[in-house]
Design a protein around this ligand. Structure first.
Ligand code: ZN
Length: 340
């Protein structure tokens, strides 16, 4: 396993020090699987100031389609050919079709009755129950041999900087025969890796990070948690790789609880440095893709400028797909590991 970092140095004449030269280090890191690069900077502390969240949230429940007084009245049903019962319900969580579909089979899962849940207030079972509903939907469409039952994807956009237009916690759930770009790149690269090396990249990564220790967080059940060497997020990413399985449909009920527990740990840790937005995404293989392993990624999100609502995705990322992380993943790992 090759973790390649190209070290860089920038020199500026510093107005805070009588225009004397100041050297600022950075790195270009290559993802060991895909070769995709990330820029790693070290020019600011990993600490953000949260806004007044009560003020931000106040009143948003009035028009919220996912609150308990509305969710069963105004959300759509699936047609009978896809899901005879129309929606799926588990305790206070509800799965229904996404009203803004970007593929044939899209759904939303609400995570219960509470309109706003701070990152430090999620119960493991609430997160796991949301996954259970998604799995139930995926298993059903697989049982009816739906042609889109290939890649089973769950993503979680938590709070507005993550891309969510609704405060109420919910997952985006969809099954598709067309893997999103990054997943497709990863799967192709993992297949090449196995052909070349005769081993599974993700198994090798877990082993290398366990041995290396400076990016390994811990194991929960058969889920392995580690910070990502070349992350997508400005405050690092964490990946959880599940041993032995490739596709979402192979996740056991225990796996769902273990994944939820790890996510809860991450929320507690990132909350301490002022993060209050994040994305989570599934990266599964299709059935029989033994060259990969099911993994999910947690990626914190921020505003570059809170007051202006400036997102953390600017031209470099949006048009160049080049990511900039504001700290060394190893330093981020040190901050996170207290919760594992
Ligand atoms: Zn709500």
């Amino acid at each position: 396993m090759k973790f390649e970092a190209i070290e860089r140095e920038t020199v500026i004449l510093d107005p805070a020090n009588n225009m004397q030269p100041k050297t600022i280090p950075s790195e270009i890191r290559k993802d060991p699987l895909t070769g995709k690069t990330s820029r790693i900077c070290q020019f600011r502390p990993l600490k953000w100031k949260k806004p007044d969240l009560d003020q931000l949230i106040a009143g948003t429940e009035k028009t919220c389609p996912f609150c308990p007084d509305k969710v069963l009245k105004i959300t759509p049903h699936f047609p009978e050919s896809i899901l005879p019962e129309g929606r799926l319900v588990l305790n206070d969580k509800v799965l229904f079709p996404n009203i803004a579909p970007y593929d044939i089979l899209g759904a939303v899962v609400t995570l219960g009755d509470r309109h706003y849940i701070p990152m430090t207030d999620f119960e493991t079972e609430r997160i796991a129950d949301g996954f259970r509903l998604a799995l139930k939907f995926f298993q059903h469409i697989d049982n009816i041999d739906h042609p889109e039952s290939v890649y089973h994807l769950v993503s979680w956009n938590y709070m507005p900087a993550s891309g969510s237009s609704v405060i109420h916690p919910h997952y985006q759930v969809f099954a598709t025969a067309y893997a999103p770009n990054l997943l497709r790149m990863e799967l192709q690269a993992a297949e090449r890796y196995m052909k070349k090396n005769g081993t599974n990249y993700w198994d090798d990564l877990v082993k290398a990070e366990k041995d290396g220790k400076d990016r390994f967080l811990g194991t929960i059940g058969r889920t392995n948690w580690m910070t990502v060497f070349a992350p997508l997020g400005v405050a690092g990413d964490v990946v959880a790789v599940v041993n032995d399985i490739s596709s979402t449909l192979e996740l056991t009920d225990d796996d769902l609880t273990d994944l939820a527990e790890g996510l809860n740990n991450l929320m507690a840790a990132y909350d301490k440095i002022g993060i209050y937005n994040f994305n989570v995404g599934f990266y599964p293989g299709a059935a029989g893709d033994d060259f990969t392993r099911f993994h999910l990624v947690f990626s914190p999100r921020i505003y570059f400028n809170e007051a202006l609502g400036t997102p953390d995705v600017a031209a470099l990322r949006n048009l160049g797909n080049e990511t900039v992380c504001w700290a060394l993943p190893e330093d981020i790992n040190e901050m996170l590991i207290a919760e594992f």
